[in-house]
Design a binder for this molecule. Structure first.
Ligand code: NDP
Length: 399
């Protein structure tokens, strides 16, 4: 029986709270804190409707360490689950160290003024978490998160060495808006407009943003979709932790409509992260854009279709070449029926809950800062099947 403190009342935070509430035998107490208390209260009302459980809500500015320390000391949780924005990772880690509470997040730290997608700032906390005897689990969403666990599972059960890895993320859903992002628009647009990067023969190769594409035929009736090569943060830890990797790439599908809108927004400067002067005030164009786009959490009721995210891997088992695709398919409308959210937030919020469950039940133990593939994949994979993200392994040589 554990008390979880979830910080961040957005799309992902909402799902995670619902999923924790569905497992009262593990999460006996749930506290949700965020910058806007009314958003916490709206989630609490949704959880009450769906599960009958009452959760505690609180207001916090997660950029402020003393405020976080006060919140953590007031509630004394067994774990802090950070589902605010990547900008808050380090302040929340600092507060966890100060109060002696384990930490979990779903996205790596980002400084406000540069789009880097690097683990270096959080890996630098290794000794401090080790010395404090605390565990910090990084990237317990879907990608990063489940994709890392798929790799660890493949390494443990399917391969002796993995040589080629393609992580492929397809959202075949439609929210009916001309343009909206499925998770925080600022983070999403920063990611998509950044230069592409993949790992080959021991070094990183850069590409122009969205300049490489391939067609991939997705399973279970989704069919062929155009996928674009992007850099994604899980590649950084996977190339270190997965034995024998010679090439690792990340691909994401985008509709022509999304790309056309993005191109126009970029061309007129609306995706910039440098402040500009407007009516005597400094504003960041991308932050302004975020404030006029639909909130990801509002897309739930109107999104139809499915997502398919998986890892395609080629490697050796007993000297023989093997090819596998491990994937999950998630239905937007089914997610909404269950937790009043679309599938992108669902596929992130469920693994955040499972990661927290691994930590508070002791299935995953450790002192220091961990990426997901460093831990035993089996108990996590079991819980994915139970808690709404079932997976499939396809032997591509037998199709
Ligand atoms: P949202 O923008 O919907 O939610 C973010 C929440 O954090 C909001 O409630 C926001 O408050 C709150 N917040 C922001 N700043 C602060 C602050 N200083 N103090 C307290 N609360 C704050 O984002 P998502 O739910 O879509 O994403 C949440 C996280 O999940 C992000 O880090 C994102 O990168 C990550 N993610 C990871 C994925 C994965 O697969 N690994 C996939 C998708 C997302 P307010 O409402 O007041 O603005």
């Amino acid at each position: 029986m554990a008390k979880v403190l979830i910080i961040g009342a957005g799309g992902v935070g909402g799902v995670c709270v619902h999923k924790c509430a569905q497992v009262p035998e593990v999460f006996s107490d749930i506290v949700l804190a965020s910058r806007t208390l009314s958003k916490c209260d709206a989630i609490a009302a949704s959880v009450k409707r769906k599960t009958g459980r009452t959760i505690t809500t609180a207001k916090v500015d997660a950029d402020n360490v003393p405020e976080l320390v006060q919140l953590i000391n007031a509630h004394k949780p067994d774990i802090v689950v950070n589902l605010a924005l990547p900008y808050q990772d380090l302040t929340i880690m600092d507060a966890c160290l100060e109060t002696g509470v384990p930490y979990l997040d779903t996205a790596n730290y980002e400084p406000l003024d540069e789009a880097k997608f690097e683990y270096k700032w959080q890996w630098a906390y290794q000794d401090r978490f080790k010395d404090a005897g605390l565990m910090a689990l990084l990237g317990s969403g879907f990608d990063p998160g489940v994709t890392n666990v798929y790799c660890a599972y493949a390494m443990k059960h399917l391969f002796d060495e993995i040589h080629e890895l393609d992580i492929i993320d397809c959202n075949a859903g439609d929210h009916g808006h001309p343009f909206a992002t499925n998770f925080n628009p600022e983070i999403n647009i920063r990611e998509v407009t950044a230069r592409g990067r993949y790992w080959e023969r021991g070094e990183w190769v850069e590409t122009d943003p969205l300049s490489w594409s391939m067609m991939y035929k997705f399973p279970e009736g989704i069919g062929p979709k155009k996928c674009f090569l992007m850099y994604h943060e899980e590649l950084e830890s996977l190339v270190i932790n997965i034995k024998g990797l010679k090439r690792a790439r990340f691909w994401m599908t985008f509709s022509d409509n999304y790309l056309n809108h993005l191109r126009v927004l970029e061309n007129v400067g609306m995706t910039g992260i440098e402040p500009v002067e407007h009516n005597g005030q400094q504003i960041v164009p991308l932050q302004f854009l975020k404030s006029v786009l639909p909130e990801p959490a509002s897309l739930g009721g109107r999104t139809k279709g499915r997502t398919c995210i998986g890892c395609k891997m080629k490697g050796l088992k007993n000297g023989e070449v093997k090819n596998y695709f491990i994937y999950n398919i998630c239905d937007h409308e089914a997610c909404y029926d269950e937790v009043e959210s679309q599938a992108i937030s669902y596929t992130t919020g469920v693994p955040a809950m499972i990661g927290a469950m691994m930590m508070v039940t002791g299935a995953w133990k450790g002192e220091g800062v961990f990426n997901m593939e460093q831990l035993d994949p089996d108990p996590f994979m079991d819980k994915l099947n139970i808690h709404g993200l079932p997976w499939v392994v396809v032997d591509l040589d037998k199709q």
